[in-house]
Ligand binder design. Sequence first.
Ligand code: C5P
Length: 222
Amino acid sequence: TNKISIAIDGPAAAGKSTVAKIVAEKLSYIYIDTGAMYRALTYKAITNHCSLEDELELMKILNDTSMELLPGELGQLIYLDGQNVTNEIRSSEVTNSVSIVAKHKLVREEMVSRQQSFAKTGGVVMDGRDIGTHVLPEAEVKVFLLASVEERAVRRHNENIQKGFPSDLEKLIEEIALRDKLDSEREVAPLKKAEDAIEIDTTSLSIEQVVDEIMNLANERI
Ligand code: C5P
């Protein structure tokens, strides 16, 4: 069978990584969470007291940084310079700063080139904001996942509570809306549906239903 590439884009907390991971498992493909890469750089920059507006300083750090994405029991694991930072990159400090780091042109060029080399082998499910538009423009399947801000915030809120993390729904709504705004309005590779992407509004769909829709699209092309 033909090993295809599947690009899954969409706004923050739309369930991209949840469905991408399941689709990858079903197809025995590799899963690449590109948001984790921007988060890892943000984490390292904060730890090194680097100004997140300083593109050249960020590039110095990035050029001296290794990132590995490995499958784990509960989702993707990310190693930054050999250290497991899977939990650290989900902190609210990183979440609320990552869009600043991700707006820089040179940072994006380097990330895209690393992402493309991860995908070289084919048989990949990749999620992010610019996968269908810039990273894998030739992907056989492109999906753009949507859901209302309120629905996405409620899902994240329930996840937090389940994990025993503190969570404030109103604050989540604000933070998600702001991140979407920054990601959609930046100059370089903004969050945008690719012209040939299929839009799926997940607001009233279960995870299973979204996975099924993507699997149907994939099976038509494999
Ligand atoms: O997907 P996740 O929410 O973890 O992404 C974190 C942030 O990384 C996004 O809000 C965005 O600023 C940035 N990002 C990006 N391009 C991607 C993936 C993520 O700019 N392909």
